[in-house]
Ligand binder design. Structure first.
Ligand code: PLP
Length: 386
């Protein structure tokens, strides 16, 4: 018998959270061979063979046990060396291996948020930022970034006049907009971070897919290493989405906090994937460059083609185009649903990434050139027939 009739079985905070708008479209097309999906942001390449081979070999040798909570030492050392290319070299002790950036993001938030803290999030942004912040009891403040989709000093300061933010969430190159930043722009954002005494959670998962600017870690900027929790992983750069391996780089106090949660909630990242990740960093550079140049070729093709019919900014990184569909007079959801029904092409409505994504659709160009060509033709046909 319930003592309290008000008691509900589900965490109340979940009532504030909608299911992911990406999943909804993914479920709609599951098992439909006739649909070309530009929906899910997942490399169409398999994990490079040399990485798979190392993982298979490790299984043959029977390496299947837990690793240290921190992750395998060699991997942490490789990450520390690897990050030099993004402008700073963290000590291996400042690296924790996680089950993807997804886990890293959750840990980072839980490590710093007290109920009621304000978190600034650029809008539109990756789907998990707001829900996971809410679950931590944060008060989420979305900063609308259209039409340029660029966060800047003024925008952050404008919002900081109204509230006292504790955390700023950054992601560049960005999902869903493809925006990335020059050093100067990052330095201006860093000024706002210092003026408001904020902690930055910097999701750099697309760092290898930066076409316009060489990627520069936010922690590499002057004074930022001590304020930044860097998140990165192997899902996108090394086509290892299903392997669930990523990492957190943070200053000591924040890293200790992250580790405290990770050791209870996850224990360690999958050992096989960690072994694959070591091989990726040691010998994966060639495959990485091959994939990157292919994404660039696809971006150039898709944006040129679609851009004649729908206003589309050139993505500076990642593998997403974010065309405006405003001129069609339809909402993003309406557009995506009709496109799927009439032309068998799946895209994600922009409002899945926040209110400011309304009026746009996200098209992932991580599919083969043949499929991309066909999808572009069908989208153009759809728009022309309206
Ligand atoms: N962060 C961003 C910006 C993403 O786009 C994604 C996946 O699409 C993730 C994090 C999730 O990464 P992971 O597979 O490492 O959990």
């Amino acid at each position: 018998m319930r003592e309290n009739a008000d008691r509900i079985r589900i965490n109340r905070k979940l009532l504030e959270i909608k299911p992911s708008g990406i999943r909804k479209f993914f479920d709609l097309i599951l098992g439909r061979e006739d649909v070309i999906s530009l929906g899910v942001g997942e490399p169409d390449f398999p994990t490079p063979w040399r990485i798979r081979e190392e993982m298979i070999y490790s299984l043959e040798k029977g390496i299947t046990s837990y690793t240290s909570n921190y992750g395998i030492e060699e991997l942490r050392a490789e990450i520390s060396r690897y990050y030099e290319k993004f402008g700073f070299s963290p000590h291996p002790d400042n690296v924790v291996i996680t089950a993807g950036v997804s886990e890293g993001f959750d840990l980072a938030l839980r490590a710093v948020i007290n109920p009621g803290d304000f978190v600034l999030i650029p809008d539109p942004c990756y789907v998990s930022y707001s829900p996971l912040s809410i679950l931590c009891g944060a008060r989420v403040v979305s900063i609308p970034t259209p039409p340029e989709f660029r966060l800047n000093y003024e925008l952050i300061m404008e919002y900081s006049r109204i509230i006292e933010p504790k955390v700023l969430i950054l992601n560049y190159p960005a999902n869903p907009t493809g925006v990335s930043y020059s050093k100067k722009e990052l330095e201006e954002i860093a000024d706002a971070v210092v003026e408001n005494d904020m902690i930055v959670i910097s999701d750099e998962i697309y760092s290898e897919l930066s076409y316009k600017f060489p990627h520069r870690s936010f922690a590499s900027l002057e004074g930022m290493e001590d304020r930044t929790i860097v998140l990165n992983g192997f899902s996108k750069s090394f086509a290892m989405t299903g392997m669930r391996v990523g990492y957190v780089i943070a200053p000591q106090d924040l890293l200790d906090a992250v580790l405290k949660i990770h050791q209870y909630s996850m224990l360690c990242a999958p050992v096989t994937s960690q072994i694959g990740a070591i091989e990726a960093l040691r010998n994966g550079e060639d495959e990485l460059e091959t994939m990157k140049s292919e994404y660039l070729r696809r971006r150039n093709f898709f944006v040129r083609k679609i851009g004649e019919y729908l206003e589309t900014r050139k993505p500076e990184g990642a593998f997403y185009a974010f065309p405006s569909i405003r001129e069609t007079g339809m909402s993003s959801e309406e557009f995506a649903e009709k496109l799927l029904m009439e032309k068998n092409v799946a895209v994600v409505p922009g409002n899945a990434f926040g209110e400011s994504g309304e009026g746009f659709i996200r098209c992932a160009y991580a599919v083969s050139m043949d499929k991309l060509r066909e999808a572009a033709e069908r989208i153009i046909e759809f728009v022309s027939e309206l």
